[in-house]
Structure formats: structure tokens, C-alpha cells
Design a protein around this ligand. Sequence first.
Ligand SMILES: [Zn+2]
Length: 238
Amino acid sequence: MSTDLPPLPDDATRVLAVAAHPDDLEYGTAAAVARWTAEGKDVSYLLVTRGEAGIHDLPPAKAAVVREDEERRSAAAVGVRDVRFLDDHRDGVVVEGPALRRDIAREIRRVRPELVVVNSHHETFGPGLWNSADHRAVGRATIDAVGDAGNRWIFPELVDEGFEPWPGVRHVAVAASTQPTHVVDVTGYREAAIASLAEHATYLAALDPRPVAEQAREVVVMTTGGDGPPRVAFEVFG
Ligand SMILES: [Zn+2]
């Protein structure tokens, strides 16, 4: 990762972070969130699914409950209380299209953020590392939904529901991108991010037999600059 990228513009007072699954925001982004909430920004999370297909030994109806709870704890660990889950999109088969864009645009109008954060919409995380269908769909739909949120005529039913257009998003920051353009200095916020990821205890334990705290530390250090200065990189649009 380049170390000479400029800082992400720091002018937002409200931030909406969108993710396909519980845990997606906890692989690095949560360190930036910890800084933002410490600085007094209001940060909201929007989860498109409950990650109900993510635990091999747990049927979706049970996994959804566990993973929603873990995500709420994880959000609280970095100062986020406003956590919402969409109900109409199924883990593993999220479809990019007007229904998803409308559902995300509704939340952008509700939160009225100046900054929207989402995980990578790109096909890969780098050479040989294919990104998942849900991540690609949610990433692309979120970037499109920023425009939809500002336009009265694309989803007029949202106005009927009471959600007036919000054209105030200034930037979309894409995490885990192969083409980062900006960074957030997260010096002092790594421990909060590690604690946040470690709240996904059931999920992480199902993936790897090592202690959850050990896994969380290893992954968060790797995704926040490794041995270099702690930072989170984003590809910024807008
Ligand atoms: Zn995911």
C-alpha cells in the first residue's frame, strides 16, 4: 500500500457505512469509524443481510440472530449505536439492481450523511483474490444509490414514504479497494478495531480454531497498515 496518499477529507459530520454482511466493516474500516466517533461524528451502519449463510454448522434462521447480535456489539465497540438491517435481501444471493438501490437510497435519505463508506465493488481484492458476489453487488448499488438518494424522480415512492431527497453526500469511500486514493490515520484506534472484530466470536470461531482475539489482532493489524503507521486506505469517489 502506498504511504504517500492524501488524507480522506475530514469534513463530514454524519457517516453511513454500508455492508453486505456482519463483519465486513470490521476488517479495517472500524478503525476509521472509531476515530470518527471519538471526534464526534455520527456514524450509522446499514447491513444488507444478517450474514445468515455464513456459519456452516448453524442454520440461517439461527445464524441470523447470532450474527445480528454480534454486529450490534461490534458496532458499539467503536461507538456506533445506529445499526439497521435490511430484510429483503438474502445472504449469498444479493442482487444488484433497482430494489437494492432503492433500499440503500432510503437509508441515505434517513441518515443524511456527507460521507458514505462501503466495501469494495471490484471483482478482486488483488491478484488471485476473487471478491464475493454480495460484496460486488452491494458496493456498486451503494455508489449508485448516492445519486438516487439525491434525485426526487428515480424512486418517487421514497418521497411518499416521507424520505425527501438528500443530495448532500460529498464523498463515497470504498474500503479494501485495489485502487486506494486516500488514507485515514488510525493511530490510537487499532485496539478498538480489534475489539470490534473480536465481537464476531461465533463467526470467527467457526472459521478458524485459533483464539478469536488472536485472529482479530492479526487481521486488523494487517488491514490497517501492518508494521507501518496505522492507517486505513479508501478509494474515494466524488
Ligand atoms: Zn462479507
